[in-house]
Ligand binder design. Structure first.
Ligand code: 5GP
Length: 339
């Protein structure tokens, strides 16, 4: 396997509910979703059974949904119940919050009653900084004090966040859920593309049942409402139900925009493996007086075109092909070139 076991590796980043690990591909990370839960800036701590699995799976389904609507995300694929492969990004330290209905800190800050439907969705930014308690920011703070994003980037983020909000509001309403508010994070990849990052789950959304207003998200944990695990499970069930009703394009998982990449895989016998064909050719060359030839190996080259949404996704898929079929990893080394 080209990916090492999570248990034997040290995370490069350990958050409140997720650990990030490097893989053999520098641009690809592995995100491990834990069952641990925190609230009120980690003052309240606990465990929600199955949360890691539910959040990893729901994130997978919702990132796919967004990708099919042309939203670029860091998601590559789910590789285990609790684990996703994601593109490495530099996170912009902003919590981008969109609100449709008043709840949480908005009610506290403005004295508004929970449940008030806002005249129009609000996008706001907080500083992603636990020590400072994630303070609310103005644009001037972001651009001129923190210098973590410019005006144009904030415009793009706001516009994209509102588009995501429209997609989710419609999707969830079809399965009887009101999207009250949610928090997004964005990052930039090595080519400076802005990608939606983090996760999409009841940890960072407020979901209310459209008929009963029952809370089906992390507020059950924050406010000790009980049946937290049941609420997370119910939300995953609704997402799956929603996807069944989506247009066929979404069900088939067809990528919205795929590019064609040229792939070249070079396969050679490993250094310590006997290569009779290589030895025979080396011997023949020596008999033709090319005595300077040493360590000759004979391998093969496989070339093909691959349709993929991104180079990182293509890299991961070709590696899988090598491990499963194209090469014999016990006796052969392989090198992948994609352009
Ligand atoms: P509020 O500002 O009302 O506390 O939160 C607004 C929305 O953003 C809620 O859906 C909440 O779950 C989410 N949110 C705010 N801060 C965080 C955070 O630090 N981590 C996570 N996972 N979600 C957050």
């Amino acid at each position: 396997m080209f990916l090492m076991q999570t248990t034997t590796m040290k995370p490069i980043y350990s958050g409140k509910a997720k650990d990030l690990f490097e893989t053999e591909t520098p641009e690809v990370l592995r995100a491990y979703f834990r069952d641990s839960a925190t609230a009120f800036n980690a003052q309240k701590k606990g465990e929600i059974q199955n949360k890691g699995k539910v959040n990893a799976t729901m994130s997978t389904l919702l990132f796919n949904l967004l990708e099919q609507d042309g939203i670029k995300t860091h998601f590559i694929k789910q590789i285990a119940d609790n684990e996703l492969l994601i593109k490495r990004v530099k996170i912009i330290p902003l919590e981008v919050i969109v609100r449709n209905i008043a709840a949480g800190s908005l009610c506290k800050r403005l004295g508004i009653k929970e449940g008030k439907v806002l005249k129009s969705p609000i996008v706001e930014f907080s500083y992603k900084n636990d020590e400072l308690g994630d303070p609310l920011l103005t644009r001037a703070y972001i651009i001129n004090a923190l210098e973590v994003a410019d005006n144009k980037t904030l415009d793009i983020i706001s516009e994209r966040t509102l588009k995501i909000n429209e997609i989710f509001k419609e999707f969830f309403l079809n399965v009887g859920i009101k999207v009250v508010d949610f928090k997004l994070e964005y990052g930039t990849d090595k080519d400076s593309n802005l990608l939606l990052a983090d996760e999409l789950s009841p940890d960072n959304f407020r979901f209310w049942d459209a008929k009963t207003n029952e809370k089906l998200d992390k507020d059950r944990f924050r406010q000790d409402l009980g049946n937290v695990e049941g609420a997370y499970g119910e939300m995953l069930k609704r997402v799956k139900e929603g996807l069944k009703n989506e247009p066929a394009r979404r069900r088939t998982g067809e990528p919205a925009s795929s590019q064609s990449y040229n792939v070249r895989v070079q396969i050679l016998p490993k250094a310590d493996i006997l290569d009779p064909q290589g030895q025979a050719v080396e011997k023949a060359l020596k008999s033709l007086s090319y005595s300077e030839v040493i360590d000759l190996k004979i391998g093969k080259e496989i070339v093909f075109k691959l349709k993929s949404e991104s180079k990182e996704k293509a890299q991961v898929h070709v590696k899988e092909m090598c491990e499963k079929l194209l090469a014999n990893p016990v006796i052969e080394d392989y090198k992948i070139e994609i352009d």
